[in-house]
Design a protein around this ligand. Sequence first.
Ligand code: BGC
Length: 776
Amino acid sequence: MRMLSSLALAASLACAPMFAGAAPAATATAALPAPAGAPQADKQAFINDLVARMTTEEKIGQLRLISIGPEMPAKQLMQELAAGRVGGTFNSVNRAENRPLQEAAMRSRLKIPMFFAYDVVHGHRTVFPISLGLASSWDMAVVEKAARVSAIEASADSVDATFAPMVDISRDPRWGRTSEGFGEDPHLVSQCARASVRGFQGSSPANPDSVMAFVKHFALYGAVEGGRDYNTVDMSLQRMYQDYLPPYRAGLEAGAGGVMIALNSVNGQPATSNKWLLRDLLRKEWGFKGVTVSDHGAIDELLRHGVARNGREAAKLAIEAGVDMSMADSRYLEQLPSLVKSGEVPASILDEAVREVLGAKYDMGLFADPFRRIGKAADDPADVDAESRLHRAEARQIARKSLVLLENHNRTLPLKKAGTVAVIGPLADAPIDMMGSWSAGGKPKQSVTLLQGMRDALAGKGTVVTARGANITDDPRVVGYLNFLNWDNPEVVQDKRSAGDMIEEAVRVARGADTIVVAVGETRGMSHEASSRSSLGLPGSQQLLLRALKTTGKPLVVVLMNGRPLTINWEKENADAILETWYAGTEGGHAIADVLFGDENPSGKLPLTFPRSLGQLPSYYNAPRIGRPFTPGKAPNYTSQYFEEDYGPLYPFGYGLSYTTFSMSDVRLSGNKLSRGGRLTASVTVKNTGDRAGETVVQLYLQDVVASTIRPLKELKDFRKVMLAPGESRTIDFPIDEAMLKFYNAKLEYVAEPGDFNVQVGFDSAAVKEAGFRLE
Ligand code: BGC
């Protein structure tokens, strides 16, 4: 391996703190909990006994994770299972189809059960809002509920494990997988990671209605250069530890049983062959006891990364680095037998990997009952897609909380349930897009579009008229790209009319209405794996459509559907209201109508920054401080800014409006000094100054004024979502202790340095009230 031993690295750290492969000198927190399940002592004894009875071939078989479908025909798969040559599969969510596979595994010599995994990211049969939408709720009960219901549905379809939560911090929205994560902030994403794992696993991953969570993608996948998917990542250890690693760690602290390894490289070494990442950091420093799995085909990709000359080297690098299971490539199967036989890969390393796989199965409860999530054939659902299997009420409730009101001039919203509403736009009636990427077992025909939601809301009270108005894109190359995987059943179906004709029709329809609600944005495929964009505006002729609709003089309500921040400068200035809905899931159309008509008062807040332009990327609020900052009200010359446009984001992190208004008092501190081990309280009184009940999010940011290394402008440390009746006031107390002031210094020690700190409390990251204290 190219990596130095961790001992040598630790020694080199003091003089070369930025060295890419360095192991940190100090750890932030204690070792991770052992996954909840059966008693750990019994588990170890059980696994010891089993491993002692396994042949090398059987051991290698356990490391194979096979994609149902393309990778292997069902008949061959059964034979492989019966021969004990498969550890688990993914992509099959049907009890009746999975049962014979488990039965085949039970015919193997040692009767080691297989497990079934799936990408249950934001829903299973019922699709919830995409993770960005869930994070926008800033309500961890909402995030947990979505994962819990997903687990109930997935486990009822024989799924034992999910490749989720995806907790990659993303600061460059060109990256299509921004949609799949919980945003840009270490604290918020960490909270979401914990809530998701709690939801997926329940009290134990062994429960029949739980699925084991695989935190992904370890590590730093969201930091791919230029937001281009699969690109390289090069990052200082300080930034890594401070900003990017906490969410993975949080998911593991919450007890996640698995980790999926990222496809990208980390400081010159692919994550899949990164011994420092997988052994020194994950296993030794963090004490992770669960199973690791490579991402799809990633061991094979070590050849293309240029760190392995052939499959043999790739397999050796991966297993030595600590990749337990190989997903969808055959390198382990082909190469490990002779690598182990020759001693090039010590048998102990193979055994370690096997023990983790068996341990995960043990924790999933599969040794106790291999069929615990498959059940009896007599109980199989007659129709896996049956309406009765959905959780529509939960989906609607959760989706309502995920919507972010960005603009509402002259109280355009909420709309009255009367008159004629023109529902226009390429996403107004788009059932597939409503589900977002990674929609698991969700069926488009079961998702409620905006048009349907508006019709249901206005039934008997008003009229809905409609026109498409525009295609999402007018570029055949983009359409071809988006339909690549689905030539037979294309997701993006173009209206053959010209952009001009479609706009003309839409304007005609809009003129006959009282209000225009126009759904624009991106198809779900545009905010997906491998869907990096080189621009962030509304694609195609969608903005032309908006401009034309604006000329009608009718109130223009823009409903955005997208999986990343968009540069909606014109829309901000010209729309009467803007509602960010992300991809709101199965009940999206109803939930959006609930907000548009005021049955729900919007309370979502942005989990990431909306930049003004592509040129502002990367965009994130907690940026390190600099020597020549731009100061509002002062000449911009020789300050850090872009001279062609206004300074700062279009919408800051944490921003979102309500149909009511809130005021906040100055920040009161219980003292102006904090002693080590002591505690201060920062309090604000928040009042609902409007005329209807509503929720807002009170956000606490801290700033270390002077430190031994550069610290961020501010960092989110705590938040509270509060519901207030009109005129009601509430005092919110935020405890502040030493732990909240800690950061990784140049030696990667996790310390709180004495000195001054600013406390900032606000309804978003930009508009804050301040106070200060000193750490002694
Ligand atoms: C993705 C993973 C996913 C896996 C299995 C890969 O392409 O990067 O996030 O879990 O496929 O579907």
